[in-house]
Design a protein around this ligand. Structure first.
Ligand code: ADP
Ligand code: MG
Ligand code: ZN
Length: 652
């Protein structure tokens, strides 16, 4: 009679058990229900596959993904273990063969999707044999609090109870949260289960968060360093998946893609190409990967930040299952926060809108905060993860982006004062705030026509950072934004000081910036800029929030142009154009200019850039009468200014 050790070696080719495996296997063999919580790649499958070979009756494995069953069964058969699956994708011929094997007792392990339990014929067929074990893989799918809730999982308990003799029920998940675990115990009606929760650490995974200004070049250089290796790139949306996959292809990295918007056929093919290494790289939404059985994935890159840390750990954990060193890299940008919030508030198709839905959203927002905290963590990333999963951890792991980089705190109070005062002075000069790109150029003493024509070269803060690298100044700007001394106003992307800026300017508050040295991922924090340093358009900035969508409109500080009275002049700002219109109207109507519109009103107009009467009415100082009287004339000036601006830009 074979025992567990000989089966482990003979059938699975392993010399010893990993943490948790033996206890779970012993529990099952002793007839106890079990809950096994192990990280992805921890080796959960063996915990039910091995007992299946020692138990007298059939083992039914409930697994959420039809697409994987075939491979899992093939792998078992490869190992000489009689297994079968039934699912909706098979031909009636295949179905009959599988059922025959089950009935005859030839098949020891049967894989099914939970939906199958709704089929009476199937239940009857299974009931014709003694069922020794029901193994519930990815058991967190039974919980509404998990990320992959599958209503059919709720039927499992009833199915187990309906069998002539209730089999052992064994549940497995990588989800560590207490709430989900409690849900699993309850929803699956486990009886006095043995709970085995192994450590969550995956020492071979190197965690890293990068904050690239531009993700795509960063991704490409990461890919370049990993040519020929297998990896997964997760994106937040289907559109992003398509876009990134396309860009990779154009850059010579063959990549498969996977998301719920693709035809079944393409999804199946993609998954297969990846699984079989015909295509080493997969670009996918989180629809891809549950139960993925590929052990040689050597990197998982998140192109966007996931919604919560559980999802992140599970997805990232698909790297390095073979125990080899692997990288889990997250490319963070503040825009990801916006996307995640959007997905949370619009994510559920049939949002009931009730109090339950509201509390769920609240919960999801809380989990998002934890995720954001990870992205911004300046202490050990592994420590952050393990702490969240309630596991003790050392202060520094030595194998994450933070621990591997040389960090130092730098006092940047002086440059911070220069920047904050520059922002204020530009505003005082122009009467409105401008985008970060222009501030950066003023600080670095750019001689561009725009700066000269706006008179910004006359400011005392002009050229204060002439000798500083553009990227460094940009880093200062980002740091001040991150720390809340500056913020980017959403609509026009202008950079504004917050109330706390005064603390630095007038009350001696000091500013520290954490600088990072080289990281293991081997990419500079900032990807090299394609264009030269003189960028005309404000750079899409942190805080603007939008990952996609139309290019941001130029700030009112954008250059303008204009002829004499009515025609825009080269280099003219919108506010200048508006002022000229006001002068003209004042002359025609023989009234003082301020009677038409005050300076504040023009400034607000230049800031809001209204395109129709309704928007025009929003401008402070514009009532209905004035809107009716002057609206169309000012709107025309704005339209002409914008057109000239567009032409000028195209003409470059
Ligand atoms: P999980 O389902 O927990 O994510 P798997 O069951 O797919 O993990 O196992 C992950 C990898 O670990 C597989 O490649 C498997 O062969 C390997 N593995 C499992 N148990 C052992 C063991 N005791 N010794 C060595 N490798 C193992
Ligand atoms: Mg598994
Ligand atoms: Zn660390």
């Amino acid at each position: 009679m074979e025992d567990k050790y000989s089966i482990l070696g003979r059938c699975f080719g392993h010399s010893s058990f990993r943490g948790g495996q033996e206890a779970l296997i012993d529990g099952i063999l002793a007839g106890r229900d079990v809950l096994g919580v192990m990280p992805t790649g921890g080796g959960k499958s063996i915990c039910y596959q091995l007992p299946a070979l020692l138990l007298p009756g059939l083992t039914v494995v409930i697994s959420p993904l039809i697409s994987l069953m075939k491979d899992q069964v093939a792998a078992l058969e490869e190992a000489g273990i009689p297994a079968a699956f039934v699912n909706s994708s098979m031909t009636s011929e295949e179905f009959r063969t599988a059922c025959g094997a089950v009935r005859s007792g030839e098949c020891q392990i049967l894989y099914v999707a939970p939906e199958r339990l709704e089929n009476e014929g199937f239940v009857a067929m299974v009931g014709s044999r003694e069922v020794s074990l029901i193994a519930v893989d990815e058991a967190h799918c039974v919980s509404q609090w998990g990320q992959d809730f599958r209503p059919s999982y709720l039927r499992i308990a009833g199915f187990a109870a309906s069998l002539p003799r209730r089999p052992v029920v064994a549940a497995f998940t990588a989800t560590a949260t207490q709430r989900v675990q409690e849900d699993i115990l309850r929803q699956l009606a486990l009886r006095e289960p043995l709970r085995v929760i192994t450590g969550f650490d995956r020492p071979n995974l190197c965690f890293e968060v990068l904050h690239p200004k531009k993700k795509l070049p960063t991704l490409l250089s990461l890919m370049e360093q990993r040519r020929g290796k297998s990896g997964i790139i997760y994106c937040a949306t289907r559109a992003k998946v398509d876009q990134v996959a396309q860009a990779l292809k154009e850059a010579g990295f063959p990549a498969a893609r996977y998301h719920a918007g693709l035809e079944d056929e393409e999804r199946r093919r993609s998954q297969e190409d990846f699984q079989y290494d015909r295509c080493p790289v997969m670009v996918a939404t989180n629809a891809f990967g549950m139960g993925i059985d590929k052990s040689n994935v050597s990197f998982v890159i998140h192109y966007n930040m996931p919604k919560d840390l559980e999802s992140y750990y599970q997805e990232a954990g698909r790297a390095g299952r073979d125990g080899e060193p692997a990288d889990c890299i997250l490319l963070f940008s503040p825009g990801d926060i916006y996307t995640a919030k959007f997905l949370i508030s619009h994510g559920r198709e049939q949002g009931e809108g009730g109090p339950e839905e509201a509390s769920r959203q609240e919960q999801e927002l809380r989990r998002l905060e934890v995720m954001i905290g990870y992205c911004k963590s300046v202490s050990c990333l592994r420590g952050y993860l393990l702490k969240y999963f309630g596991q003790p951890h050392p202060e520094s792991c030595g194998n994450c982006g933070v621990c591997r980089s040389e960090r130092r705190e730098e006092d940047i109070t002086i440059p911070a004062q220069m920047i904050l005062s520059c922002v204020k002075r530009v505003e005082r000069r122009l009467g409105y705030y401008v985008g970060p790109a222009l501030i950066l150029r003023v600080l670095r003493g750019s001689r561009s026509q725009r700066i000269v024509s706006l008179g910004l070269d006359q400011l005392t803060t002009y050229g204060l950072m002439k000798d500083k690298d553009r990227r460094l100044v940009q880093q200062y700007l980002d740091c001040l934004t991150d720390k809340g001394y500056l913020f980017i106003e959403e609509e026009h992307g202008t950079l504004r000081p917050t109330a706390s800026a005064d603390g630095v300017l007038f009350r001696g508050e000091r500013v520290q910036m954490l600088t990072r040295g080289a990281s293991r991922a081997g990419v500079a924090e900032e990807a090299p800029e394609a264009a030269g340093e003189e960028r005309e358009r404000p750079r899409r900035m942190s805080g603007s929030g939008r990952e996609r969508g139309p290019a941001r409109r130029l700030t009112p500080a954008g250059q303008a142009s204009g002829g004499t009275a009515a025609l825009p002049q080269e280099g003219e700002t919108l506010i200048d154009a508006l002022r000229r219109k006001r002068t003209q109207l004042a002359q025609e109507g023989q009234v003082p200019a301020y009677v038409i519109f005050s300076n504040a009103t023009l400034a607000d107009m230049a800031h809001r850039v209204p395109h129709n009467l309704e928007e025009f009415l929003q401008v402070s100082g514009v009532g209905e009468v004035k809107a009716g009287k002057y609206g169309s004339q000012f709107l025309t000036v704005i339209a002409e200014w914008e057109m000239a601006e567009r032409k000028r830009r195209l003409g470059r």
